[in-house]
Design a protein around this ligand. Sequence first.
Ligand SMILES: *Cc1c(COP(=O)(O)O)cnc(C)c1O
Length: 403
Amino acid sequence: MSQKSVSGPHERVLPGGALDRRAALFPGATDGEWNDWRWQMRHAIRDASTLARLLPLTESERAGLDETAALFRLGISPYYLTLVDPKHPLCPVRMQAIPVRQEARIRPGERRDPLGEDPHRPVEAIVHKYPDRVLLLATDTCSTYCRHCTRRRLTKGGEAELSRGALKEALDYVRATSTVRDVLISGGDPLLLSDERLEELLTPLRAIPHVEMIRIGTRIPVCLPMRVTDSLATLLRRYAPLFVITHFNHPKELSAEARGACERLVDHGVPVENQAVLMRRLNSDARIIRELNHECLKARVRPYYLHQMDVAQGCEHLRTPLAKGVEILEALRGFTSGLAVPHLAVDLPGGGGKVTLQPDYVVERRAHETVLRSYRGERIAYPEPEDADCRCPYDEVWQARAR
Ligand SMILES: *Cc1c(COP(=O)(O)O)cnc(C)c1O
């Protein structure tokens, strides 16, 4: 397959034209440079004065850049910057990439470690909260630093790859913990590791007999799609079952390049799922989430979670009330494909883990029937069976089989 975009007939020109923006912002870049992820990383925008030369900034953004400079990292890939609407301060890409004044304010209830991960780190690079799966923090570096990052306590200060010692310690922990059947590699963005470093991580992980599956949490398809080369996709496929979990938050992010990156992964046999974060005034509307999920599915990316915003420091201006997410799910269920309806997850402050919220369709429970409401609002009775014994006798045979 060629390295060119493999987009299908739903090709669509973005308003503002990403190509025109590239010519305006980075006129000197050749196609070869532009499509080279290392060129993109070398030319990432990392300070306010460079950004101000490329984009007219609002007063709030200038204050945000200034006041958050010592608090959180700034980094925007040239590619992602071309998706920013230069004329609208509430452009969803812009809101995710450029800090505003409110980001420097820490609000009541916000925490440095919102998900209470640090007490669950048996070794530096592992967060172990759930019985059968762990999070492995492979790097603290990203191609673009999200203004809503939940792990911003780790992505501040100087950038650093996981040392070989910390990686070995993490692998030793997984090897010694036989209940771990699922390893989620995140960070930072693991796909910023070189192919060689990725193999150094994936090969020993795959060799652990109780590790049934691997997931990679990455924003590369969204912010640096040129990193998804044929050789990367081929590499990832070799470690199947391996799922890529990406992070699109708005349909505007599904450019031809981003869709091409997702399709390249899927074409090579790597399933891709999406975790979106619900953000106030950015995507906090059922119409937007529906379009986002439809655009993902068209690129063969399955919407997995819609996350309620975590209580990370400086993010309150992006948080929605819990009821908004439920309202959005209610507007999706029944009205569109079930595949376009993600789980609405709340990762509980302090380390309780994720729980899901959903609209309540039960109207009334009676002895022999339950009354529910349909997505259209009709009340409909579901008759309960007389016999409620749900034991499965064959399971003894199944459990005892020779493996
Ligand atoms: C989210 C998360 C996981 C994975 O959770 P799933 O619900 O299985 O996707 C695992 N470990 C940690 C610490 C997490 O935050």
